[in-house]
Design a protein around this ligand. Structure first.
Ligand SMILES: Nc1nc2c(c(=O)[nH]1)N[C@H]1C(S)=C(S)[C@@H](COP(=O)(O)O)O[C@H]1N2
Ligand SMILES: [Mo]
Length: 196
């Protein structure tokens, strides 16, 4: 009887320890998934990257006239030419240089959509340029409408005479110190929010 009890306790202890180690394994595997997720953009196949392309961008949120913009509709607006655009990464390294590109000022698009402002003091809005991989960049009303950045923030559709790569439209802020962070390819929407 005593030996039987002893064996039973041993069995319970053993199965408990097995249980714990499998939990540890589980945790390790979730950690690995989130790690791969952060770098998923490097591993994208050509087919997957095609899925991220949008033929139109949505201008939405706190605007009087929500818009759907295509490359053709941008071409009908005031098109500007930008020379020698450098895309710099987080360490300041030049990732890409574009000799000449064409686009429209983000400010002009927002003026067309008309931000819903109650009066002249209603200026606390932020604008999110979002891509289909959910990469995003944020602008403030003040930097676009009351700062030189407004003349330097574009939605591009053409690079060196050809359609842009990685989607059909790209948001860029030319006067940022490092231009990579607010360079948004696969652009999907321009969203206007009011600070609550
Ligand atoms: N949609 C989208 N745009 C993006 C990114 C991204 O992952 N998705 N990466 C950004 C970063 S971190 C940089 S530095 C620049 C240039 O990145 P690239 O080397 O992938 O061209 O694009 C930016 N735009
Ligand atoms: Mo980057």
């Amino acid at each position: 009887m005593k030996t039987q009890n002893y064996i039973l306790i041993l069995l319970i202890a053993f199965s408990c320890s097995m249980c714990n180690s499998s939990k540890k394994e589980e945790k390790k595997s979730t950690e690995k998934t989130s790690e791969t997720k952060n770098h998923k953009h490097d591993a994208l196949s050509a087919k997957d990257s095609l899925k991220l392309v949008n033929h139109q961008i949505q201008v939405k949120g706190e605007v009087e006239f929500p818009l759907q913009l295509t490359v053709d509709s941008l071409k009908k607006m005031k098109v500007v030419t930008i020379d020698n655009l450098k895309i710099t990464g987080k360490n300041g390294e030049v990732k890409r240089e574009v000799k000449v590109c064409k686009g429209v000022l983000l400010k002009d698009i927002l003026e067309k959509a008309k931000i819903k402002q109650e009066d002249h003091k209603d200026r606390n809005f932020y604008i999110v340029a979002r891509a289909s991989d959910n990469y995003k960049a944020t602008f403030s009303w003040a930097e676009l409408f009351n700062n030189p950045t407004g003349e330097n923030t574009f939605i591009l559709f053409e690079e060196n005479g050809k359609p842009v790569k990685n989607g059909e439209m790209i948001a860029i802020c030319k006067n940022d110190i490092k231009t990579g962070p607010r360079h948004v390819y696969w652009l999907k929407s321009i969203e206007v929010y009011k600070v609550k």
